[in-house]
Design a binder for this molecule. Structure first.
Ligand SMILES: Nc1ncnc2c1ncn2[C@@H]1O[C@H](COP(=O)(O)OP(=O)(O)O)[C@@H](O)[C@H]1O
Ligand SMILES: [Mg+2]
Length: 376
């Protein structure tokens, strides 16, 4: 007769090198839809993870499960070794989780001033030790704002107050759901820099949800790409951009120029000539000759624009290829140029916004840096 297998104690000892937040096999069904399916995610203490995904991919649902506003259908969530959720068996109530949450919208209580908003939900003892002015300063707001009504603040200022409120109880983990999406471009960058600095200063572990790639790449120590309720890739911003796990992610993150090629050793031959492969990670098949899709980013194309001596440098070693300029979109800081090779292959180059070619001009160019490939 076999003996019963000993069951692990639900609250395991938390070891120093364990992840601060650990999510395994998380699943959530809403109505007839599996909104989250098999989510695995580890976050180290003090890390900021950004979750990037299109609208409807399940980002908000993930945050609501972590903070306890929703119950999981399956999967385990641990925070600093404490079991927050285990399928339908265990569900720690939100107020005991030590998780700060900045919701997507409607963050502040309109009838309470800024101070009362920040102090809302704190125990009497916490309130006595909470320095509202210090929290305001940390999110880049003057102390005098403490007595203002939320209606007397701009959208960006309200978001900062919402963050200060989430940070007030000193949470283990801070969750931010698209906190900057309602702000206009300039304020968005300023506010997210202030928020990132505050999170880092506080040593907080944080998950920031966004559908903005710039935000995800610039704020995250790691970026988790969410698609249809699944995490398609979790990687550093650099890795995600340089070596997307598949073609769908390559097209989703940034812009991708994809052309057929044939590998030859650590290079690949394609319509742009012989290009160097990204070699940090040995990949099966590198070294063989094989058909691949080559991923090139638009900013890798370096154009030689010579207005005075048109076409003189064409075919030079420095700029071995030529293409015809079909369209230019000027953004000030940079420009997107639509080009076409003589064989008909169209591609996009992103170049600095000065010294642009003319439409119809033939320019010479080269591909800078290494390229990544996918099996054809
Ligand atoms: N209460 C609900 N009942 C049924 N479906 C829901 C509910 N809440 C969200 N959903 C669905 O779950 C999916 C993910 O929603 P959500 O987590 O809000 O995505 P995101 O934040 O990435 O936009 C969407 O398709 C949405 O329609
Ligand atoms: Mg959402």
């Amino acid at each position: 007769m076999s003996r019963p297998v000993p069951q692990p104690h639900p609250v395991a000892e938390h070891r120093a090198n364990d992840p601060d937040l650990s999510i395994a096999g998380l699943r959530k069904v809403l109505g007839s839809q599996t909104v989250l399916d098999g989510i695995d995610l580890d976050v180290s203490a003090g890390q900021i993870i950004t979750v990037l995904g299109p609208s409807g991919s399940g980002k908000t649902t993930l945050l609501r499960l972590i903070c306890g506003f929703e119950r999981a259908d399956a999967g385990v969530i641990r925070l600093s070794g404490r079991l927050l959720a285990d399928g339908r068996k265990t569900h720690m109530p939100p107020e005991r989780r030590g998780v700060g949450y900045v919701a997507q919208e409607g963050a502040l209580f309109p009838h309470l001033d800024v101070r009362r908003n920040i102090e809302f939900g704190l125990s009497r003892r916490q309130r006595a030790t909470t320095d509202v002015e210090d929290l305001l300063a940390a999110v880049g707001l003057p102390a005098s704002y403490a007595n203002r009504a939320p209606s007397a603040l701009s959208g960006g200022e309200q978001q900062r107050v919402a963050l200060a409120r989430a940070l007030a109880p000193g949470p283990h983990l801070v969750l931010l759901d698209e906190p900057f999406s309602s702000l206009d471009a300039g304020l968005r960058v300023e506010t997210r820099n202030a928020v990132a600095k505050r999170l880092r200063d506080a040593g907080a572990t944080a998950i920031l949800v966004t559908h903005d790639q710039d935000e995800a790449l610039s704020m995250g120590d790691k970026v988790a790409v969410m698609h249809n309720g699944r995490l398609a890739q979790v990687a550093s911003p650099r890795t995600l951009y340089d070596r997307p796990a598949n073609l769908d992610i390559a097209r989703f993150i940034g812009e991708a120029v994809l052309v057929p090629g044939i590998t030859a050793g650590d290079t690949v031959d394609c319509c742009f000539g012989r290009l160097q492969l990204t070699t940090q990670v040995p990949r099966p098949g590198v070294g063989d000759r094989r058909d691949v899709n080559v991923l090139i980013r638009p900013e890798q194309f370096r154009l030689c624009v010579d207005h005075a001596a048109d076409n003189q440098t064409i075919g030079s070693d420095a700029f071995p290829s030529t293409a015809c300029v079909e369209q230019i979109l000027f953004y000030g800081h940079d420009a997107r140029i639509q080009l076409r090779l003589r064989d008909g292959q169209p591609f996009t180059a992103t170049v600095p916004g000065f010294d642009l070619p003319a439409i119809g001009q033939t320019v010479s160019f080269r591909v800078a840096g290494n390229v990544y490939t996918y099996p054809y």
